[in-house]
Design a protein around this ligand. Structure first.
Ligand code: 4NP
Length: 149
């Protein structure tokens, strides 16, 4: 049973806190966290435009603060979910020897989207499109956990 899920993007101020915010509402019994592969925004709240967009859908992520992904996360979490291939490679580069924690792309849980990554709205400015994809993938992830959330 998957009990602890970590969502990872680059800065941990747009995509992964949004993913965490949606997923923790869908699965309140699963422990969640999010992190960035980079350290630029450590300690920062989620990006203002993302907070506003996600609040429009009924999710409040104002409590979240950015932190950097660290190797011990492989031991703490049962599942690590990356927003894109760069995040995935940066995570894999830190995998401790012998650790087998699964690392998956978030879009794997939304095959109907036809997307192979979650585009970064910090650059695209498409916050609504990003949240559509995040909501679809969060539901797919919930369903993949067999309703144990
Ligand atoms: P995120 O977006 O990875 O979805 O949090 C980013 C936000 C800020 C930066 C990079 C990515 N940045 O370089 O400042």
């Amino acid at each position: 049973m998957t009990q602890k899920v970590l969502f990872v993007c680059l800065g941990n101020i747009c995509r992964s806190p949004a993913a965490e915010g949606v997923f923790r509402s869908l699965c309140p019994n699963v422990a969640t966290d999010s992190a960035g592969t980079a350290s630029y925004h450590v300690g920062d709240p989620p990006y203002g435009a993302m907070q506003q967009a996600i609040r429009g859908r009924g999710f409040d992520i104002s409590d979240l603060r950015a932190r950097q992904f660290r190797p011990v996360d492989f031991q703490t979490f049962d599942l690590i979910v990356a927003m894109d291939d760069n995040n995935l490679s940066n995570i894999e580069a830190l995998r401790p020897k012998g650790n087998e924690t699964p690392v998956r792309l978030f879009t794997d849980y939304a095959p109907q989207s036809g997307m192979d990554h979650v585009p970064d709205p910090y650059y695209t400015r498409d916050f609504e499109g990003c949240l559509d994809l995040i909501e679809a993938a969060a539901k797919g992830l919930r369903d993949s956990l067999g309703g144990d959330g």
